[in-house]
Design a protein around this ligand. Structure first.
Ligand code: ATP
Ligand code: MG
Length: 240
């Protein structure tokens, strides 16, 4: 299917290294406006490295990431965030000594303009956080911490939200609660890239899926076009 418009976000032959170790080998992914894309893949496939490369935490060639048609690959993380790409990092990374509200307010740092997301609208999205607004981050359950991490990213009013393993370690009922927030996040104007190890979950919520293995994209498509066998091979390798 030919794209109707320039993708909102695109990686072009993206590579990444940790010292001498090459973690990404020419990754090409696209995210369209209003789209939700899932990245699946086994441990060590390079999913977090991809998120960190897009967010500018790992530096790249300028043209290896484009956002809204502009090359942003060489920009530092704070500039990329200011332009509208926010990340919910793997492991949530809250400031333990700060309250829920203070953690959320950190997300407003560097944002250019006000938008839909404020403390009030984040509390409407996750009402439990309103009740816990003065609690320290450490006094929260894993699911509540994840809600703060998502809320903090939303506070910058992003056009692209990168979520790295939002369901990791959470009970199914909590995962359901968190994914329930996705339509409201999209309605407020964000497109999403979500790293998700649970294949069924990814197939259920994503418009398109990319599977990664050993630093490469091994499969991509809409959930209805991908067979279980194709996904299995792309995830684990054809020989297993
Ligand atoms: N800071 C680092 N230093 C050296 N190597 C790293 C570093 N971070 C990741 N790697 C390596 O890069 C590769 C990709 O790791 P990455 O964390 O991107 O994978 P992932 O798909 O997110 O895995 P997981 O599902 O476990 O989160 C792995 O081989 C990993 O060991
Ligand atoms: Mg990871």
């Amino acid at each position: 299917m030919a794209p109707l418009q320039t993708p909102l976000l695109k990686t072009n032959g993206l590579v990444a290294y940790y010292g001498d170790f090459q973690a990404l080998f020419g990754v090409d992914i696209e995210l369209d406006v209003d789209e939700t894309v899932a990245i699946i893949g086994a441990n060590g496939a390079g999913k977090t490295t991809l998120m960190r490369s897009i967010a500018g935490i790992l530096r790249n060639a300028a043209t290896s990431v484009s956002f809204d048609g502009r090359p942003i690959g060489a920009q530092p993380a704070d500039e990329i965030m200011t332009q509208g790409v926010a990340m919910v990092p793997e492991g949530r990374r809250l400031f333990p000594s700060l309250s829920v509200e203070e953690n959320l307010l950190i997300g407003t740092y560097g944002r250019k303009s006000r938008g839909y997301w404020t403390l009030d609208t984040v509390y409407d999205l996750f009402p439990i956080l309103r009740e816990r607004r003065n609690n320290p981050g450490t006094a929260l359950s894993g699911g509540q911490q994840q809600m703060v991490a998502i809320g903090r990213a939303l506070m910058s009013n992003p056009r692209v939200l990168l979520c790295d393993e939002i369901s990791l370690g959470l009970a199914p009922v909590v995962i359901k609660d968190i994914y329930k927030a996705v339509p409201a996040i999209k309605a407020a104007g964000a497109s999403l890239i979500v790293v998700e190890q649970d294949i069924a979950q990814a197939m259920a919520f994503a418009d398109r899926v990319y599977c990664m293995m050993e630093g490469r994209v091994t499969l991509s498509g809409t959930p209805d076009t991908l067979s279980r066998n194709d996904i299995h091979d792309a995830y684990f390798g054809a020989s297993q």
